[in-house]
Design a protein around this ligand. Structure first.
Ligand SMILES: [Fe+2]
Length: 247
């Protein structure tokens, strides 16, 4: 399908309300680079997603492809090369949105090695976005957050509300050891199920989230995000300052 056709399709008018909160213009978690993980498969798909982010008012995105040795064994150099190609395409299609490069690191032995080798792609120089398994925590989970910090980085745990095995005590401990929590916006919509939606609101009420992200992988999720942005329930995010504003 020609790129221009896709872009024309996605250039339809934004669905969001005019009072789009300023801090919401910055997304620190999105899968934007084509063909490297379970995000967009082609450059056309990537550009379509980025166009839609722009349409709904985002001004700055961070591309956070998975670095997960078992399933997505991406290397820093390969991601940099692919990101350069993406930026060229974004410029060629006159998309006026800032995009920078980071990654979503799975907590495993490979990550520990990257930390030792300093082969990392942090957000804003010193924040590392990390994820854990969905079925059980990695062994010695707190050790990872300690190691990240003694290496000079600040850990941001992606979508803690999606790890159903975590208890209220676990969340509190993680916050106390210096872990910052990133809410997935789609968790508020019930996109991942009602229990995760409820947990997201509980963590919000506790004030434990520091940042938010879309974690967008595809057009289907983008459609859910567009819908959320005109939902009054999003107002709950306006009561606090988000790390997003400072990155
Ligand atoms: Fe992600």
């Amino acid at each position: 399908m020609p790129i221009q056709f896709l872009l024309d399709f996605f250039l339809k008018k934004p669905k969001t309300s005019a009072d789009f909160h300023l801090s919401l213009r910055r997304d620190i978690h999105a899968h934007l680079i084509p063909g490297v993980d379970d995000g967009p498969k082609t450059m056309e798909e990537s550009l379509g997603l980025i166009q839609r982010f722009q349409n709904i008012g985002f001004s700055h995105l961070t591309a956070t492809s998975h670095i997960y040795q078992q399933y997505y064994p991406n290397k820093k150099g390969q991601l940099i090369d692919a990101f350069i190609e993406l930026k060229k395409a974004v410029t060629a299609y006159d998309l006026e949105i800032e995009i920078d490069l980071s990654a979503e690191y799975f907590l495993d032995d490979h990550f520990k090695q990257l930390l030792t080798d300093k082969e990392l792609l942090p957000i804003a120089n010193d924040y590392l976005l990390v994820e854990m398994p969905f079925v059980a925590p990695p062994p010695n989970v707190y050790e990872y957050f300690f190691d990240i910090q003694i290496s000079g980085y600040k850990p941001i745990l992606a979508h803690p509300e999606r790890y159903m095995y975590l208890t209220a005590d676990d969340y509190e401990k993680l916050v106390n050891v210096g872990c910052q929590f990133q809410l997935n916006l789609l968790s508020l919509t019930g996109y991942y199920g009602k229990p995760i939606e409820q947990r997201a609101f509980t963590l919000l009420e506790k004030g434990w989230f520091h940042a938010f992200g879309s974690d967008i992988h595809n057009q289907h999720q983008m459609q859910a995000l567009e819908k959320l942005l005109s939902d009054p329930k999003l107002a709950i995010l306006k009561d606090q300052h988000w790390l997003n504003e400072f990155l």
